[in-house]
Design a protein. Structure first.
Length: 94
């Protein structure tokens, strides 16, 4: 649902970034990859309202495989505040 909302919110942008889903042969997956020019951002999306380090496991694996930086990965969650790698749904959509 969040991925659909993200795409809908940007569908009229002049340069809408490409959005993807990633899964490897071991069924490790990341919910949203956003390609914008030469930049790639990865987001794991969780319904939980509390921050949990388990949410970052797949992001860290993809970061290692794709050569992403710490600034290129984040977990979008249902909590009220953004902190470090955790971005509230409200902040993500604005």
């Amino acid at each position: 649902m969040i991925v659909n909302e993200y795409i809908k919110s940007r569908q009229f942008d002049a340069a809408m970034p490409n959005a993807y889903f990633w899964r490897d042969s071991n069924r490790m997956e990341v919910d949203l990859l956003v390609e914008d020019g030469n930049s790639l951002k990865a987001f794991e999306i969780k319904a939980g309202k509390t921050m949990n380090d388990k949410y970052l496991v797949n992001l860290k694996k993809l970061k290692e495989l794709a050569g992403l930086s710490d600034n290129d990965i984040a977990c979008v969650y249902a909590g009220d505040r953004s902190l470090g790698k955790y971005v509230s749904y409200r902040d993500f959509m604005h």
